[in-house]
Design a protein around this ligand. Structure first.
Ligand code: NAD
Length: 412
């Protein structure tokens, strides 16, 4: 993904919010610039015996409200601009959720699908060796993102702990065996269900019988489909990077998972019609959930969208221009910093459990997530209604005010 639009969309959202809130251009600059940007070259010996060098980044955007927090992405198109923009979105996400963390993000430009487990482990451990002085439980806490998973976090935990002693709170999204939290896997998709439920309640529109279309069958897409189905929503179509299927009675997630495992694609799953992935966004539905990559909804397809509401499961899936075009058409957008905040909130629970040497039961994780994310959703919906704003603007107002309050309290 490029997430390139996030630059302008994020910058514009910050500029607009600062104007509404009467904040100076210096505050705007503080919210747009990153506090620390790290770039490292990581040489590893490939399985074929050749030396390869990968470039890794870690950006710490803001820590006024707490240690920086954000994912680590392995993707060929990772670059410093993407990482910086994604780090700044994390500052807004943690502030909007009201959890005591700041914003960070990292990435390594590589294709994890073309690397062996040994190569990925070497790459991850060497990355930690390069940047360990700048990360840790009180400074910057990494988590999984596109192309990384619990195993990657396990390697980070092991490498960091070999230097500083057992330090589970230095990284989240770890395997359960290493201090990971119950409920972290499903947290982002489950959170999408919490936010959509609040949104529907606020609008007095029942979820039973409502319809949804989901782009992406990874961690977020799959768990969002599960959560929405549990709320009575019919998920009528879903896609992965190469295929898409439709079933008007509601997709069968177990059958799709089995097909994906055995065939590597959703295509030709029994009882489902295979459709052109390009046509996915044109299906009439109440909720469209882009849960794959950034920039999925752009000026090339915005006019063809046939949904009532876009729920941003992915980070920055709607370009700035498409955002304006959709609003013009009366299509509401539930912004990423609210819709997909479930993941970072449960990462926060994992950090708290590790610091306190506790293990929370799943019910406690789900209840606390529902409370915190439900509150954030209600605040955004109320503020949007009172101030006559779209949901993204309302969310940025609340988040930016919280970061500014923390900056003020530090004496800046
Ligand atoms: P993932 O790697 O588990 O899944 C991504 C899915 O998208 C895969 O199924 C892939 O096949 C699919 N995909 C890729 N290109 C596609 C395309 N063109 N059309 C349709 N599908 C396509 O990643 P994930 O963790 O589910 O993350 C998805 C998005 O959500 C990313 O933007 C990520 O930053 C964001 N996000 C993830 C979390 C989390 O907790 N995992 C939290 C917040 C935000």
């Amino acid at each position: 993904m490029t997430d390139s639009h996030a630059k302008s969309a994020y910058g514009q959202s910050v500029a607009d919010a600062c104007r509404r809130l009467g904040y100076s251009s210096t505050i705007e600059a503080l919210l747009t610039l990153a506090a620390l940007e790290i770039k490292v070259e990581i040489p590893i010996i490939r399985d074929n015996g050749e030396l390869a060098i990968f470039t890794g980044y870690r950006v710490q955007h803001q820590n006024a409200r707490g240690p920086c927090k954000g994912g680590l992405r392995y993707h060929p198109q990772v670059d410093i601009d993407d990482v910086r923009e994604l780090a700044s979105l994390m500052t807004m996400k943690t502030a909007l959720a009201g959890i005591p963390l700041g914003g960070g993000k990292g990435g390594i430009a590589c294709n994890p699908h073309e690397m062996s487990q040994r190569e990925l482990e070497m790459l991850t451990r060497k990355f930690v060796k390069r940047i360990h002085r700048e990360i840790g439980p009180n400074s910057d806490i990494m988590a999984p993102d596109v192309g990384t998973n619990a195993q990657t976090m396990g390697w980070i935990h092991s490498e960091y702990s070999s230097i500083y002693g057992h330090s589970p709170a230095a990284v989240t999204g770890k395997p359960l065996a290493l201090g990971g939290s119950l409920g972290r896997d499903k947290a982002t998709g489950f959170g999408i269900g919490i936010v959509v439920a609040e949104y529907a309640r606020h609008r007095n529109s029942p979820l039973e019988g409502a319809t949804a279309v989901i782009q992406g069958f990874g961690n977020v897409g799959f768990h969002a489909a599960q959560a929405l189905t549990a709320l009575g929503v019919k998920v009528v179509a879903i896609s992965d990077s190469r295929s898409a299927v439709r079933r008007d009675a509601g997709v069968d997630l177990a059958a799709l998972s089995a097909q994906k495992r055995s065939r590597g694609s959703l295509k030709d799953t029994d009882g489902h019609d295979s459709i052109d992935p390009e046509a996915l966004f044109e299906i009439d539905c109440d909720y469209l959930v882009p849960a794959a990559l950034g920039d999925a909804i752009h000026m090339g397809n915005a006019a063809r969208l046939a949904c009532r509401t876009v729920v941003e499961g992915a980070n920055a899936p709607v370009t700035a221009e498409a955002d304006a075009a959709l609003r013009e058409r009366g299509i509401a957008i539930i912004p990423d910093i609210l819709a997909n905040a479930g993941g970072v909130i449960v990462s926060y629970f994992e950090w708290v459990q590790n610091l306190q040497r506790q293990i929370w039961p799943l019910e406690q994780v789900d209840d606390e997530l529902t409370r915190i994310l439900g509150n954030a959703a209600r605040e955004v919906l109320d503020h949007a209604g009172e101030a006559g704003l779209d949901l993204r603007s309302a969310a940025f107002d609340i988040a930016i005010r919280r970061v500014k309050d923390a900056l003020d309290a530090t004496g800046i």
